[in-house]
Design a protein around this ligand. Structure first.
Ligand code: NAD
Length: 319
């Protein structure tokens, strides 16, 4: 039999796509992929996407990462509580001026994104240590490596996730348990839609007009551009990357799924004073139009050069 995989937050987005892909790849009979969600009443999209895999190689269970008893009940329903691969994916986002967000909403985000992971690990790690085997795969974010403007609380939650795993990985290694942080850039899912819906509902009178304008006019427009340009096709790519991490003989501790963000992570480490990365982000946010115009000019120039190269190649007789 193959490994038992349990994934959290499977009613939509990355969790749904990953569960379906894993279940489709599995020949029956094997332990089915355990796709969990907070509200099983929202399993329609997963069931539809899974098709014939439903009930054969994919099983849906209730699990709320904010509720210890729900995590325990889910694990107790698995034979021997045996989970080989835990994919901690459930998460919520938050973007906007700090003054416009309530502390209750911030605490809920930390409770889901950070303590949700802690609760899961507390429940599965002792069994994995006893068995001297297992793999904890955590869907973090590129924002767990680098804070992004107006994502202060979300980014802090992912930094917490990264610090927690960075500390735990060494102990886990001693027990032959692997921990991997998967760090996606933007992926077009409900995550983005929910952020925009919340941005529309927010009360901007709680902040000064300049900050409100920077967020609603500049940030949201840039964010939409970034999601459309860098997030398109990322759902499939992200699943591919996560599968590679899950199936690796020697799983990496960190894996960034969008190469466009690798320079950003590198910039931070290249200059320990932090000046380089702060300046780069300042220009990206406040001088974005200039960066965009420069980018478009660069693309046009590259296309023109490519045409010249092709014409030259044809002249020389290359196809
Ligand atoms: P999504 O909103 O489609 O999926 C998140 C899922 O988590 C939802 O199904 C939601 O119901 C579930 N969830 C929320 N609270 C929960 C709880 N208490 N218990 C159980 N499930 C709960 O968004 P997504 O893009 O698929 O996000 C998945 C993960 O990827 C998140 O951890 C997110 O932070 C991370 N991520 C997303 C992006 C992106 O651009 N979409 C980028 C980097 C990281």
């Amino acid at each position: 039999a193959g490994p038992t995989v349990l994934i959290t937050g499977c009613s939509s987005g990355i969790g749904l796509a990953l569960a379906v892909r894993l279940a489709r790849d599995k020949p029956a009979p094997v332990p089915p992929v355990i796709a969990t969600m907070r509200n099983v009443g929202r399993s329609g999209a997963l069931a539809a996407a899974a098709g014939p895999a439903m009930g054969r190689t994919l099983e849906i269970k209730q699990l709320d990462v904010c509720d210890e008893s729900s995590i325990r009940a889910c694990l107790d329903s698995i034979p021997g509580r045996h989970v080989d691969i835990l994919v901690s994916n459930a998460g919520v986002g938050m973007a906007g001026p700090l003054e416009c967000q309530s502390l209750a909403a911030m605490q809920n985000l930390m409770d889901t994104n950070f303590f949700g992971l802690v609760r899961l690990v507390k429940e599965v790690l002792p069994d994995m240590k006893r068995r001297r085997g297992g793999h904890i795969v955590v869907i973090s974010s590129i924002m767990g490596l680098q804070g992004i403007v107006f994502n202060d609380i979300y980014s802090a939650s992912k930094f917490a996730v990264e610090g927690f795993c960075e500390s735990l990985v060494v102990q886990a290694l001693r027990f032959n348990v692997a921990i991997s942080l998967v760090e996606p850039g933007p992926v077009m899912t409900e995550f983005e839609t929910k952020l925009y819906e919340e941005a529309e509902r927010a009360d901007y009178s709680r902040t000064d007009p300049e900050t409100a304008e920077i967020f609603t006019k500049l940030y949201l427009r840039n964010s939409r551009d970034v999601f459309t340009s860098l997030g398109r096709g990322q759902s499939r790519a992200h699943v591919q990357h996560t599968l590679r991490v899950i199936e690796a003989a020697r799983p990496p501790f960190r894996h960034q799924t969008n190469v466009a963000y690798t320079p950003m992570a590198a910039l931070k480490h290249a200059d320990p004073s932090g000046a380089l990365i702060t300046d780069a982000f300042y220009k990206l946010v406040f001088k974005y139009d200039a960066v965009l115009r420069f980018g478009l000019r660069a693309i046009r120039l590259l296309r023109w050069k490519a045409q010249k190269v092709k014409a030259g190649a044809r002249l020389l007789g290359f196809k």
